[in-house]
Design a protein around this ligand. Structure first.
Ligand code: KIV
Ligand code: ZN
Length: 516
């Protein structure tokens, strides 16, 4: 059976989703999880696009050992040099060069002739070849490129030394039949097309990204480029989990395999959703909360009699287990640590205590602590690892006859100074946010506020996600608690902390704080 390589671009194309902005620390956390998932290539960013991206690619390159780490690069020397610098520490560095080839891009964006495009591709790959053995060339907007010219471009790139050729449907325009035909023509017409890895990269503007990627696999490509939860530019990219489960569930049809550890799908999806602040729709294939829920009586009856009547894959196969009762307030540090390992968190000794303390706080308030609760707690702590402001206490008074009022005590970690503030608002959440604003003195607007429960039951953990805006800068924050008002305060303060970090006001000594 052929192996199809999985090129994950969650941290590059996925991060290009409107409103998403991952910190270096978050990118590293996701990259470690992608490595556990078993992807073959992790596109960690676009080193030349900003200092932040350069740094993120560097840090990912340092930690990932079992996947190639890739940086995107325009077909220019400066970008290639920066990608080289960023990937210096990578065990398996991978350069992703791109240049648009379609008539509309050549004429309006690049203002280059066909010959100039080919020359640029040849020169860039020849230059990159001095530093990289793995070079992918992407013909941006290949889907709308004249097929004769596309074959010339592919031939040029292979002759110059590209080892992977990617033909993206950049604007999500093609149908599966058209996309497959394009690859078949290239395979038939370009003499050495069988000596490189052909790659598919699809966008979801017409909802066909996954279907197009699968059609490309049928046409013979040996790599697909995708993102977790299908996040990405505009309508997004092809969803990794959907491609993975399609080829697994229909293995006899596709006759291909991947190197993925499918049981890590759910955890990866959840982490990406949390850290990007992009919720997964309930009806999303494979990872949506309804993906394995059976509502109608007839379906439930069928499921009870024989699971396969209505289920073509099991929730367990993607790592979605029943939320079991695991720990309670009498559980000790040892049991907690063991459970963390079981859940896949490799904690350093110094990280156990603060997490255990937070767990104990919860255990006092919530009788039954499930796996999902624990994951939410650890992920929150992980995200809040570099706090500038820390909430020490919160008090809220409200009622239908009184003005909601919040009093808050916040510590500034850099100098230990404590602030007390109080504010009234239109509602309790508004009052809390106003009180925090008085402490932080940041002019922000609240762009988004979401709340959902992590598990079921009256004492379920509430998870709040907010998005704040300051000028052009958007930041997200998250908070969890059994009390939704406290969760709201934690989420808002988290967003303020991120804003401060993003603006670079954070004291240097605090940047070294380790993460889970
Ligand atoms: O969609 C696209 O064409 C891209 C390229 C940079 C590969 O993301
Ligand atoms: Zn793309």
């Amino acid at each position: 059976m052929r192996t199809v390589m999985i090129f994950d671009t969650t941290l590059r194309d996925g991060e290009q989703s409107p409103g998403v902005n991952l910190s270096t620390q978050e990118k590293v956390e996701i990259a470690i999880q992608l490595e556990k998932l078993g992807v073959n290539v992790i596109e960690a960013g676009f080193a030349a696009s900003s200092k932040g991206d350069l740094n993120a690619v560097k840090e990912v390159a340092q930690v990932v050992k079992n996947a190639s780490v890739c940086s995107l690069s325009r077909a220019v020397k400066r970008d290639i040099d920066l990608a080289k610098e960023a990937l210096q520490a990578a065990e398996s560095p991978y350069l992703h060069l791109f240049l648009a080839t379609s008539p509309i891009h050549r004429e309006y964006k690049l203002q280059m002739s066909k010959e100039q495009v080919k020359t640029r591709i040849r020169e860039a790959i020849t230059y990159a070849k001095k530093y990289f053995s793995q070079i992918e060339f992407s013909a941006e907007d290949a889907g709308r490129t004249e097929i004769d010219f596309l074959c010339e471009v592919v031939d040029t790139a292979i002759s110059a030394g590209a080892t992977v050729i990617n033909l993206p449907d950049t604007v999500g325009y093609l149908t599966p039949q058209e996309y497959a035909k394009m690859f078949r023509e290239v395979i038939n017409r370009v003499p050495r097309a069988d000596q490189v890895r052909l790659s598919a990269h699809c966008h979801d503007d017409l909802g066909m990204a996954v279907a197009n990627s699968l059609a490309a696999i049928e046409a013979g490509v040996s790599q697909v480029e995708c993102t977790i939860n299908g996040i990405g530019e505009r309508a997004g990219n092809a969803a990794l989990e959907e491609i993975a489960m399609a080829v697994k569930t229909r293995e006899a049809y596709y006759q291909v395999q991947t190197t993925l550890n499918l049981k890590e799908i759910h955890r990866t999806s959840r982490m990406v959703s949390k850290l990007t602040g992009m919720p997964v729709p309930g009806n999303k294939a494979v990872v949506g909360t309804n993906a394995f829920a059976h509502e109608s009586g007839i379906h439930q009856d069928g499921m009870l009699k024989h699971r396969e009547t209505y289920e073509i894959m099991t929730p367990e196969s993607v790592g979605l287990n029943e939320s079991r009762l695991v720990l309670g307030k009498h559980s000790g540090r040892h049991a907690f640590k063991t459970k963390m390992v079981e859940l896949g968190f490799e904690l350093k000794e110094e990280q156990v205590n603060p997490l255990f303390e937070r767990f104990k706080e919860f255990a006092d308030r919530k009788k039954e602590i499930t796996d999902d609760d624990l994951i939410a707690l650890v992920e929150e702590k992980l995200v809040h690892a570099q706090d500038f402001y820390v909430m020490e206490s919160l008090q809220v008074t409200c009622g239908n006859q009184s003005l909601p009022t919040a009093s808050i005590k916040i510590k500034r970690e850099s100098d230990g100074k404590t602030f007390f503030e109080a504010a009234c608002g239109n509602g309790s959440v508004d009052a809390i946010f106003k009180a925090i604003d008085r402490v932080a003195q940041e002019k922000v607007s609240l762009e988004d506020y979401r709340i959902h429960s992590v598990t079921q039951g009256k004492d379920a953990l509430g998870e709040v996600s907010v998005q704040l805006r300051q000028g052009e800068l958007y930041v997200r924050g998250r908070g969890v608690s059994t009390d939704v008002l406290e969760a709201s305060a934690r989420a808002y303060l988290d967003a303020i902390n991120r804003l401060i970090r993003r603006k670079g006001d954070y004291p240097a000594e605090k940047k070294a704080v380790t993460t889970v």
